[in-house]
Design a protein around this ligand. Sequence first.
Ligand code: SF4
Ligand code: SF4
Length: 355
Amino acid sequence: MIPERPITHRYEDPVDAVWVACAERIGYRIRRADDVYAGFDGIDTITIAAGAALDPDDSLAQLIFHELCHALVASDDARKRPDWGLENVDDRDLVSEHACHRLQAALADRFGLRGFMAATTQWRPHWDALPADPLDDDGDPAVPRARLGWTRARKSPWREALDEALAATAAIAAAIAPVAGPDSLWSRWTPLHPLGSPLGPEDARCADCAWRFAAGPGYPVDRCRQHRDPGAPVAPRIDPDWRACARFEPPVRDADCADCGACCRQAFHLVPVSRRSPLLTSHRAWIVRDAHGAHLPRPDGFCVALSRGPEDGPPYLCTVYDERPKSCRDFPVGGDHCLLARQRVGLSAKAPWGR
Ligand code: SF4
Ligand code: SF4
């Protein structure tokens, strides 16, 4: 006969434990029950169904994360109502539900967790159809709500609680993914570039990327323009030997200009013309003088000196190239402003919204 023994500890799923603690840190209590799949009492308690009732590709962790995202996209009034004011009996609540998905995906993306922390149940098709940047304005009315939620999520105490829970989830996933089978949810975690974007082509390195530049007082170090946080004083450091991220672009060279023309069209407002410029006499009719001084104007966004070139040649040609103003001569190909111009006309990748 096996002697009875006292049992003092029980096994806990580590990721579930991380998310219960995350919710508590923000001010929500987690209760398990069999009468709902996931719900909120309008006060401080989030109820999630017991494990056996969940879809096989679902988890307590994902459902807590999902409910927290509902809290973030809900209006101040809805945040104090049961189920965040949602009934989901018809299409009236679709914008809120879709905003929750977009925010959840945007937060999860920063840790390679879009696949692992995916919305389930009947919402999964919508989740699977979300774009690469779920906060980019593509006309979906859910985007402004999701962006509002993102702004809230980047403030204390949400920021610290969510970032630490997502980082801990990613660390656990990174440890388990190598031994997980192909049908395991753990295999849905995707490793990220050290700066937080998905990994790019296997044979490309940061050293060869258009977004890399060297800067620093006295001892220049490699940095990445693409990952510059608008609120940060400097762009983040990179190791040129790192495998490139998905935002990798080959360097922009002089030869690209004729096919690009971004800095001459739609990207900047006008080109100043100095007092010594030969254009003042050779193309007097073009010059405009106003509060901005003498300049070449850009009606419809295109510089007056820009031609579209022959039909079978490069599309953008400067018709006064040899006399072009100093600001055009000094414009560094592949520099900050060049890449900004290319972003504005859609030739270079935009940074994800909110960064
Ligand atoms: S955009 Fe990506 S590949 Fe390019 S320098 Fe930055 S981190 Fe490296
Ligand atoms: S934006 Fe850059 S690549 Fe494009 S035309 Fe201007 S300098 Fe050349």
